[in-house]
Design a protein around this ligand. Structure first.
Ligand code: CDP
Length: 213
């Protein structure tokens, strides 16, 4: 396995932007594990699937990952899912389908296989706790609920973040949690460059072994 920097936390804690910044500073591949769940959520909307059929449905899917210079491209059953990832239907469905163990197993196998060929900065809800528990590089970003709501509103996103947080934190399989050994950073009063600097400072003290991408 190549190096994996795991960055977990709730919605609007700054994970995506910070993770992209860390990936770019280190020359690693940025991976949003949430995009894999969103891709499958879009598939369930496309197929008008009810939750009962999900285990059988997932067995018939092909979710392919293309790594290009621009980052990751996800293809569900051959179709580029990029235009669909932020659709309101997808945001409403994603935390529901992400609670199914069959869905999580399917996504986890794809996420893990990426680390065979690339050093990664991966962000999500269970990256340090379940997907790569063995990585020594784990961070957990948080911010007050008010600040997170303010950030989402500022992005112009209408998204039931509070409901997703509730579902993500209370599900039986791989709930959102602070991974054992993670460094916790409260970003409420920090801007993005400050969080990136804090993480890079930690990594400088305990650097990942050189592992070309
Ligand atoms: O951008 P934001 O943090 O709001 O969400 P995201 O990373 O796109 O993830 C969307 C949803 O996917 C989350 O609310 C979780 O329900 C699910 N997810 C998960 O269960 N496990 C992960 N490792 C990543 C995302």
């Amino acid at each position: 396995m190549k190096n994996v920097i795991a960055i977990d936390g709730p919605a609007a804690s700054g994970k995506s932007t910070v993770s992209r910044g860390i990936a770019s500073a280190l020359g690693y591949l940025f991976v949003s594990s949430g995009h894999f769940y969103r891709a499958l959520a879009w598939g369930t909307v496309r197929d008008h699937l009810s939750n009962e059929g999900i285990a059988e449905w997932i067995g018939k899917r092909s979710l392919d990952v293309n790594v290009s210079t621009g980052g990751l491209l996800l293809l569900l059953d051959g179709e580029d899912v990029t235009p669909h990832l932020s659709e309101p239907d997808v945001a409403a469905k994603v935390s529901v389908i992400a609670a199914f163990p069959a869905v999580r197993d399917y996504v986890n196998s794809r996420l893990r296989s990426l680390a065979e060929s690339h050093s990664l900065v991966m962000e999500g809800r269970d990256v340090g706790s379940v997907v790569f528990p063995e990585t020594p590089f784990k961070f957990y970003l948080d911010a007050s609920p008010e600040e997170r709501a303010r950030r989402r509103a500022g992005e112009g996103k209408i998204d039931s973040v509070a409901e997703r947080d509730r579902l993500d934190s209370t599900r039986a399989t791989a709930p959102l949690t602070i991974p054992r050994g993670a460094i916790v950073i409260d970003t409420t009063h920090l801007d993005i460059p400050q969080v990136i600097t804090a993480i890079l400072d930690h990594l400088a003290k305990n650097p990942p072994a050189a592992s070309p991408q």
